[in-house]
Design a protein around this ligand. Sequence first.
Ligand SMILES: Nc1nc2c(ncn2[C@@H]2O[C@H](COP(=O)(O)OP(=O)(O)OP(=O)(O)O)[C@@H](O)[C@H]2O)c(=O)[nH]1
Ligand SMILES: [Mg+2]
Length: 225
Amino acid sequence: MQQKRICAVILARNEEKTIGEIIRNTKPLVDEVVVVDGHSTDNTRLIAEREGARVLLDHGKGKGDGIRTAIQQVDSDILVFLDADGSHDPNDIPRLVQPILDDEADLVVGSRGRGGSDELHGDIQKLLRMVGADLILIAINYRWNVRLTDSQNGFRAIRTEVARALNLKENITTIEQEMTMKCLKKGYRVGEVPTHEYARRYGKSVIVLRKVWYRYIWSLIKNIF
Ligand SMILES: Nc1nc2c(ncn2[C@@H]2O[C@H](COP(=O)(O)OP(=O)(O)OP(=O)(O)O)[C@@H](O)[C@H]2O)c(=O)[nH]1
Ligand SMILES: [Mg+2]
């Protein structure tokens, strides 16, 4: 059987402090490293190019737009998505990809339910985020009679062919739950491996819960029926 080519897709918007190290740690584990730049105004793009990554530019609509840009433009057989803020450990990439290589899954999500998270515990904002994510997860589990422990983690691997077949629409971080739901709906195999989510190393979250919560609910409603 022919060797499958693996591409790490790093989503980055103003992550100059961490992007270089993430690329260096990712490179030895994959065949290709692509950085999707969300119109950074700092040196993210420059550093990514210097580290030898292929840099794509999204359309400035959000992380979902960035993910779609990669799905359209990258031709490797398997895509592994990870954040550029230090939340995801590149050393987990081989474990994420393995179920696809073994032909046991089409999408493999890094589960914070099983691997733990520094971003979902400790203050009210994080509590609300966690409860919201869990309610959505429960809805998904009942709808498709599965027992997933994370539907939203951005750290995930997917067969490129499958990603293209999903016709993803979401422009922001709602794209991850959309991807999970559309895979289940179309009968693709969704797997999980435990991965730990670390606190973003620098800077503040761009996600302001009170501004986006309804978009998560709306995307759930659109995709679950
Ligand atoms: N290409 C692209 N990447 C983005 C965009 N917005 C955010 N990102 C990146 O996507 C990743 C996830 O975004 P975060 O802001 O960390 O979102 P989060 O992990 O849910 O929230 P915090 O870690 O708490 O800030 C990070 O690496 C961001 O730099 C965008 O519009 N385009
Ligand atoms: Mg983050």
